[in-house]
Design a binder for this molecule. Structure first.
Ligand code: ATP
Ligand code: MG
Length: 253
């Protein structure tokens, strides 16, 4: 079985401005199916640029990218869109949910744009399954404004899962969340990862990166560190500890 992600010496140079920006400078990386990777590094180090390349949202200026064995460096825009729909799911820092649309309808959206046609009943059922997977089956008819930040992000995760992606790409998914809610999102990610989904996420927070299996660090467009996480945190356990601490605090109050 090929690695899900195999990139060789990829570069990204933004040519749009007055001065070209060499944002990714020769990154080589292999990610096997079932991995759970955190990408870290200072602001401007090229994390989002790398994620956009991995997500086929942008093409490398140089270098090769095999996604699930397919050379995507040479595909045109339409072919990239198809690959994205079939293989990838995206989660963003700002959730990107439509405000006047219920949780379930938000989750159904990608099915309206994909190549495959679904009946409305099929869409409904798939969306409910996806919402149940992130523990939000009971909130399907709520609008984003009626949900907490963590719940909104879980709706966004449910939406990312709707086409059964092999890889989930998340750029600072916990960036807008408090620490407890962040752990809840990591709990969802760990459960999805256990079911076989490969996850690559950008984070600025070291403690969040500790929930992943592997940590990468970027500096000035290069990968400067790639290591396996020893003693990684398990979100269910950390949440249990938080509950216990809260209960104890209530008793003494
Ligand atoms: N569309 C663009 N056009 C020109 N330059 C860009 C573009 N996007 C990013 N850059 C530049 O590329 C470099 C890397 O940016 P990138 O967004 O990948 O960093 P980052 O590691 O994600 O930072 P942050 O942690 O702040 O999100 C920066 O110098 C940035 O200014
Ligand atoms: Mg970024």
């Amino acid at each position: 079985m090929p690695a899900v992600v195999q990139i060789d010496e990829i570069h990204k140079i933004y040519e749009s401005g007055e001065v070209p920006v060499h944002a990714v400078r020769g990154v080589t990386l292999t990610i096997e199916s079932g991995d759970f990777v955190a990408v870290m590094g200072a602001s401007g180090s090229g994390k989002s640029t790398l994620m956009n390349l991995l997500g086929c949202l942008d093409r490398p200026s140089k270098g090769r990218y095999l996604l699930d064995g397919i050379d995507v460096s040479r595909l045109d825009r339409n072919q990239l869109a198809d690959i994205r729909n079939q293989k990838l799911g995206f989660v963003f820092q700002g959730f990107n949910l439509l405000a006047r649309t219920t949780a379930r309808e938000n989750v159904e959206l990608p099915m309206l744009y994909g190549r495959r046609r679904y009946s409305s009943r099929e869409m409904h059922e798939r969306a409910m399954k996806s919402l149940e997977l992130v523990g939000l089956g009971a909130r399907a008819d709520h609008f984003p404004s009626q949900l907490s930040g963590g719940q909104q992000q879980r709706v966004a995760i449910a939406r990312a899962l709707i086409n059964d992606p092999q890889v989930l790409l998340a750029d600072e998914p916990t960036g807008n969340l408090d620490s407890r809610t962040s752990v809840e999102v990591m709990d969802v990610f760990q459960k999805l990862n256990e079911q076989g989904i490969t996850i690559v996420m950008v984070t600025h927070e070291l403690d969040i990166a500790h929930y992943c299996k592997r940590n990468l660090i970027m500096r000035d467009g290069r990968l400067v560190s790639d290591h396996h996480v020893e003693h990684r945190l398990i979100a269910t356990e950390e949440l249990r500890k938080l509950h216990a601490a809260e209960a104890a605090a209530k008793l003494t109050a």
